[in-house]
Design a protein around this ligand. Structure first.
Ligand SMILES: Nc1ncnc2c1ncn2[C@@H]1O[C@H](COP(=O)(O)OP(=O)(O)OP(=O)(O)O)[C@@H](O)[C@H]1O
Ligand SMILES: [Mg+2]
Length: 251
């Protein structure tokens, strides 16, 4: 297996909202060609870390870098898929239009979408099994279908890093399998993939790298190394899973 230098990194990263810290002294390195799972309880700072890594929010202290350069805002090579609860689904937009918006960041100026843009969007929707609903309004879809459209939008951007906030939450097994297959293909092409999740077994099965956080990093490394009873108790505050069952599926 090829070992890549870090694509995204945080050094001594602290994030405050108002007077409260959401993340403290976080040091992580994310590599291309790897899937990294971010795990921790509600309020642990998973979404906050993904927003810092996508350049959407700035650290209060410390730094975040992309390919060795400080992140100063959203970056055309970093694609971010928000947590479903963070999205205004009432926005009056069709599935096709929503998918086309994935191209906006890579454009230097506004221009009408071309026929080939629309063909690319239809192909991305086909990839996630949503082309038949291309002309539906986004608010008329089920939660899992909306998640698929957001994935199609992300696939429009030929980025180097893909950050997904809870992409497996609330989607059915076929959608999870489709997502795993798509992430696998992107990983093989060298993309750095980071996703937040509450599903330890899913992470044990599909991630090369796991980061346990709860305001600070509790453990960081291959899932089989990181998922110990002690680390999970420190992260989640109790023995909530059978370590044996996780070991059985861990890569
Ligand atoms: N915009 C904000 N303003 C103030 N506090 C915030 C804001 N966003 C997050 N927080 C706080 O920061 C902490 C970390 O939140 P974050 O959303 O990163 O957690 P999370 O791990 O993604 O949780 P969940 O599993 O519920 O999605 C929480 O205490 C939260 O209340
Ligand atoms: Mg979150």
């Amino acid at each position: 297996m090829t070992v890549h230098p870090p694509m995204l990194a945080c050094t001594d990263l602290t994030v405050h909202y108002d007077n409260r810290s959401a993340l403290r002294s976080v040091n992580v390195a994310i590599r291309g060609g790897e899937v990294t799972a971010l795990l921790g309880p509600n309020g642990a700072g998973k979404s906050t870390l993904l927003k810092v890594l996508s350049g959407m929010i700035s650290p209060s202290h410390g730094s975040a870098t992309f390919e060795g350069a400080p992140l100063t805002g959203p970056h055309a090579s970093i694609t971010y898929v928000p947590q479903r609860s963070d999205v205004d689904w009432k926005f009056p937009i069709s599935v096709l239009e929503c998918t086309l918006l994935g191209l906006i960041r890579s454009r230097s100026r506004w221009a009408p979408f071309s026929r080939s843009d629309k063909e690319a969007a239809m192909a991305a929707l086909h990839n996630v099994g949503m082309d038949h609903l291309a002309h539906a309004q986004i608010d008329a879809l089920s939660g899992g279908q909306q998640q698929r459209v957001f994935l199609a939008r992300a696939l429009m951007n030929q980025g180097k890093a893909l950050l997904l906030d809870e992409p497996f939450t609330g989607v059915d097994v076929p959608t999870q399998e489709m997502l795993v297959a798509i992430l696998g293909r992107l990983k093989d092409s060298g993309t750095a993939i980071v996703y937040a999740t509450h599903d330890l077994a899913q992470a044990a099965q599909t991630a090369d790298h796991a980061i346990l956080i709860n305001g600070e990093v509790i453990a960081d490394g291959p899932p089989s190394f990181v998922f110990t009873e002690d680390n999970l108790a420190k992260t989640f505050g109790g023995a909530i899973v059978s370590i044996e069952s996780l070991r059985a599926v861990a890569r």
